[in-house]
Design a protein around this ligand. Structure first.
Ligand code: UGA
Length: 459
């Protein structure tokens, strides 16, 4: 396994679980040292325990990348990064091409190069050409085998896939993949055997489509706000149509992570360069950018102004169950709030924000309670389980103000009202004192009056 990042580590560990003898190689010395010491460099539920077991049973090893490391391998998986090129939307393929050049002289006859990295159509052919040029006499296969792992659920996604996609031109490559995925095929997991070009396109198209569903839900959510609707009912109402499906229709602060943003941009770039513009996905990229850009003004609107206010941010990871901050909406929101004059505190159960420049103007709170203490407003950005189960009444008491902005629509209006919050969900009208008649106001309103808005006893 070349690359012990999120894809390589999860895939390598899971292949070891399937019984293969796996050596994960990485150029990052610190990462390899951590792995050799039994520590996973990423937070991924279930991964540490699985890794430990495979290492203990002798099927999983880690080492510094060295081309000779592949000399005995039947399968060489390429799981290196393909980030956007600096200042461009194009995927940077230098890592995958460099790795191919380095391992080519060491490949054993019959070896199968398996491309896990997300790459534009045609990259597998280029990889084949790199090896053939250097080893014209060598019999080898190149297989495109994209991954569909979600961060936070990657182990489960590997072990219980919806489908497996295998793109190759030769029978040996196909037979190799049948060997790797035999146990899944025995469980009737569908395997799409196709060309490498199709497999490469499937990966980008799948991420682009899912990102499009999210962007669509976000736009419908805005429309609901303008029309007095409630997006929760609207997405439920459309998602129950089996042709649409309920997943990836939850509006939020915009999609982030290491995949959707870069893969949608790369898809757009490929379409433009080939003269087949992907106009829907172009719109998705723009919609998502606007969404992240608008987050701070939503908070300002809810508070009147951010200047001089203390704001508690609940969650900065791009989604729950990961410590990944790449393209996280919080990295756009927090600097904009600081710029607007707010004192920002954030709390995240897993993220270590040391050295993250976007978060430098804000304070990392050691606990949720510390983040909320005396805050004028709470903003829920990442729907960690811990934030889904808040004791709302005591959260309200800890805070000085009553504003709660919920970018993930985790709470019901009733529960928020009951706890005395001025609740701002997305995709429906906010719950404000001035928007309701006294008869409409729940006990929360009475509680606010009793303790005095903005002057709540803490504890
Ligand atoms: C995504 C894909 O879901 C995986 O299938 C794919 O393998 C992976 O990219 C990849 O290419 O490696 P991931 O980035 O881990 O996985 O995260 P998702 O669960 O897809 O979420 C992406 C973003 O969309 C997050 O910011 C999330 O908060 C947002 N989202 C998702 C919503 O706002 N609403 C939804 O309904 C779903």
């Amino acid at each position: 396994m070349i690359g012990a990042g999120y894809v390589g580590l999860v895939t390598g560990t899971c292949l070891a679980k399937l019984g293969f003898d796996v050596l994960c190689l990485d150029t990052d010395a610190e990462r390899v040292a951590a792995l050799k010491g039994g520590r996973s460099p990423i937070y991924e539920p279930g991964l540490d325990a699985l890794m430990e077991k495979q290492v203990a049973e002798g099927r999983l090893r880690f080492d510094r990348f060295e081309p000779k490391g592949v000399a005995r391998a039947d399968f060489v998986f390429l799981a290196v990064g393909t980030p956007s090129l600096p200042g461009s939307d194009e995927a940077d393929l230098s890592q995958i091409f460099d790795a191919t050049r380095m391992v080519a002289p060491q490949l054993r006859p019959g070896a199968c190069l398996v491309v896990k990295s997300t790459v534009p159509a045609g990259t597998n052919s280029a990889i084949r050409a790199i090896v053939s040029d250097r080893r014209p006499e060598l019999a080898f296969s190149v297989v495109s085998n994209p991954e569909f792992l979600r961060e936070g659920r990657a182990v489960e996604d590997f072990l219980r896939p919806d489908r497996i996609v295998v793109g190759c031109h030769d029978a040996a490559g196909r037979a190799g993949m049948e060997r790797i995925y035999r146990s899944f095929m025995e469980q009737s997991v569908p395997v799409v055997f196709t060309t490498p070009e199709n497999a490469e396109l499937i990966k980008y198209a799948a991420n682009a489509f899912l990102a499009m569903k999210v962007a669509f839900a976000n736009e419908v959510s805005d429309l609901c706000e303008a029309t007095g609707g409630d997006v929760r009912d609207v997405v439920r109402g459309i998602g129950l149509d089996a042709r649409i499906g309920p997943s990836f229709l939850q509006p939020g602060p915009g999609f982030g992570g290491s995949c959707f943003p870069k893969d949608t941009r790369a898809f757009v770039d490929i379409g433009r360069r080939l003269g087949r513009p992907q106009r829907l996905v172009e719109a998705v990229v723009a919609i998502n950018e606007d969404r992240k850009e608008s987050l701070a003004s939503r908070v300002s609107e809810a508070l009147g102004s951010c200047a001089g206010k203390t704001i508690a941010i609940l969650g900065v990871a791009f989604k729950p169950d990961t410590d990944d901050l790449r393209e996280a909406p919080a990295l756009r929101l927090i600097p904009a709030l600081v710029e607007a004059g707010a004192a920002v505190r954030f709390y995240d159960p897993q993220v270590d924000a040391d050295g993250v420049s976007e978060l430098e103007g804000a304070d990392q709170a050691p606990s949720l309670a510390a983040a909320l203490e005396g805050a004028d407003a709470a903003v829920l950005v990442t729907e960690w389980a811990e934030f889904r189960m808040l004791d709302l009444v005591s959260a309200r008491r800890r805070m000085s103000g009553a504003t709660f902005i919920d970018f993930r629509n985790v709470y019901s209006r009733e529960a928020m009202d009951e706890a005395g919050f001025l609740y701002h969900p997305i995709g429906s009208a906010p719950l404000r004192d001035d928007a309701r008649s006294p008869e409409q106001a729940g006990s929360g309103r009475r509680q606010r009056q009793a303790v005095g808005d903005g002057q709540v006893a803490v504890g």
